[in-house]
Structures are given as C-alpha cells and as structure tokens.
Design a protein around this ligand. Structure first.
Ligand SMILES: Cc1cc2nc3c(=O)[nH]c(=O)nc-3n(C[C@H](O)[C@H](O)[C@H](O)COP(=O)(O)OP(=O)(O)OC[C@H]3O[C@@H](n4cnc5c(N)ncnc54)[C@H](O)[C@@H]3O)c2cc1C
Length: 289
C-alpha cells in the first residue's frame, strides 16, 4: 500500500523544526526519524498526518556526550551508533546489551534512540532500559524545554507524555553507582524479532545483602513496568536463590492482565516474566561488586 498524501518538510535545525510545527496544527504533524516504525504505519494508512516532519537533516540531534555523572544521547543517534560506542559499552553495559537485541543490523542502522522512546512499544527494549537506569527524557516545543522522568514518560501502548508538537531531543542516562550488577534477559521467537517478554534488573550488594534493586519487565502488559512489591522482597535480603524465587513469583502475581496473542497466551507470558526475572536477579547479583 501507499501512504495517504502528505506535505513534507526536512528542516536543518531544531529551531527550524519547532518553527515549522508552530505554523501547523501540531495534531496533524508527524515526526519522521528512522522510519522503521512509522513508515509501515503510513503505508498501511494507520497514520495519516497532514505534514511529515523529517528530522534526518538535523545533525545537532545526533551525538553521544559524556556528562559529569552520566551520558547525554541525542534523539537522532542511531542504535548502531550506540552499539559501536565504547563509552556506552564501558559505562552503560546494560544499555549496550539491550541495544544489540533490537531487530537486525539494518533496523539498528536506521532506527533512532528518540524514535524508540517516542514509539513506546510495550515489547521494545529501550523503555525497559529507561526505567532500569532512571533515564531522563528531554523534550522541546514552542513553549520551551522540559525534562521528564522515565517513570512518568511511558503512559500506555504507543503513548508517551510528549505533547503534540513536542520533539524528543535528548535522553540523559545517569551514572550507575560503582559495583552495580545488571542483567538484561529476553525471549524472542527468532533472533531479531520483538521480544515475547523481557526482564531487566540492577542491584548492588552490601555484605552479601541486596540493595537498591530495580526490577523491570516488558512485553507483558501495555508498557514496560517496574515491580515495587518484588523489589521490596529483594531489598536488604541475602543474595540467595530463595530471595530471587520469592521476588520472581511476586512479579508474576502482580501482573494483572497479561497480553495475549498468537505468539503466546497471557499465562505463558506471566510465567515467562517469572522465569526471566529470576534469571536476571541471579545474573545481576553475580555481576555486582
Ligand atoms: C523488522 C523490524 C524489527 C524490529 N524489532 C525491534 C525490536 O526487537 N525491538 C525494538 O525496540 N524495536 C524494534 N523495531 C522498531 C525499531 O527499533 C524502530 O527503529 C523504532 O521503533 C523507531 O525508531 P525510528 O527512529 O525508526 O522512528 P520512526 O519510525 O521514524 O518514528 C517512530 C515514532 O516516534 C515518533 N518520533 C520519532 N522521533 C521522534 C522525536 N525525536 N520526537 C518526537 N517523536 C518522535 C514518530 O513520529 C513515530 O510516531 C523493529 C522494526 C522492524 C521494522
């Protein structure tokens, strides 16, 4: 199929992009980044914007920059750039590992960081990474710039806290405390497919006891989700199998209405969430310190 007719603009700078949006009805503008998710939607006419605003010429949005305590990544940075970045591999190995699980090299060559955050697919890796690493999202619009915590950014299936007309310009990844262990687990039917379910964990160990655990599961409800009750069962407890089994069982119990489709029933996904959480806890504890 071919897309419905649309106007097209390809600005060179963020300011120009925001100006173009301000000259149009923001609800009728669709931002084009790598096109890996949007192009199929346009072709199937599930998206029918009046104006397609292509950010591919906005080079000021493609960067990976070291901050005092973390890394800033421009929205138009491709997944391939992240995968190849020594800074990301060394300082944010969880982010690096998750990036390598996204689609195929062709997808990672074109697909951008901002595109995956804005798309907010419940089975995508980056929203889970964002919750696990406490990433901050920077958005710019006619009204100025604002920063949104990952916890507040992903609302539901394909829906974020971005307002119509706002451009996601940057994500800011804070430095993990020294000694933090991490794990990123997922199961996909074939290499390169979206995950059926995934789990990611960060935690630290203090005298053999777990501290500051973060447990995030994706692909099982309408968005990547942190499991506070399961985290509470891990915090302060010995890093041993019984602790991790209890927390993983709690994750499964907390999932109210698991997604169900031709690839896997809700009950299968719920159980997969338990299994992957347990594996992630064990691996993260093994990597801590
Ligand atoms: C075969 C295939 C397999 C894939 N497998 C995976 C996978 O395993 N895991 C995974 O996570 N993804 C997967 N994807 C999706 C891929 O990662 C996309 O790159 C990503 O979802 C969107 O990034 P994009 O840059 O292509 O954005 P686009 O497709 O251009 O845009 C996606 C959405 O985000 C909006 N948007 C983009 N940039 C901005 C911005 N800066 N500010 C505001 N809004 C913006 C667009 O308007 C659109 O609504 C797959 C895609 C394909 C085709």
């Amino acid at each position: 199929m071919k897309p419905a007719p649309f106007e097209y603009a390809a600005p060179d700078t963020i300011d120009e992009a925001i100006h173009v949006i301000s000259q149009n009805d923001p609800d009728e503008v669709k931002i084009l980044a790598g096109g890996q998710s949007l192009m199929p939607l346009l072709n199937m006419r599930l998206a029918r914007p009046q104006l397609l605003l292509d950010l591919s010429r906005v080079r000021e949005l493609a960067y990976i920059r070291e901050l005092d305590a973390g890394v800033a990544i421009g929205a138009m940075t491709t997944k391939r750039d992240l995968e190849e970045s020594p800074l990301i591999r060394e300082r944010h190995p969880l982010f690096h590992a998750a990036t390598r699980l996204i689609g195929h090299p062709q997808i990672r060559n074109r697909g951008t960081v901002g595109g995956s955050f804005a798309q907010a697919d419940p089975a995508a890796e980056y929203p889970a990474v964002a919750l696990a690493l406490d990433i901050e999202i920077v958005a710019q619009g006619a009204g100025g710039t604002r920063r949104i915590a990952a916890d507040d950014f992903f609302i539901t299936y394909l829906t974020t806290a971005l307002e119509p007309g706002e451009i996601l310009t940057e994500i800011r990844v804070p430095e993990l405390p020294a000694g933090t262990g991490w794990s990123f687990q997922e199961l996909a039917r074939r290499h390169g497919d979206f995950a059926l379910v995934g789990a990611t964990v960060t935690l630290r160990l203090e005298a053999g006891r777990c501290s500051d655990p973060r447990i995030v599961v994706f692909g099982v409800v309408d968005r990547a989700t942190r499991f506070a009750e399961a985290e509470a069962l891990v915090a302060g407890q010995p890093a041993e199998p019984a602790t991790f089994e209890r927390a993983a069982a709690q994750v499964a119990e907390s999932i109210e209405d698991p997604l169900s489709d031709v690839h896997g029933s809700g009950e299968y996904r719920r159980d997969l969430a338990r299994v992957l959480t347990q594996r992630a806890l064990v691996e993260a504890a093994g990597r801590a310190n």
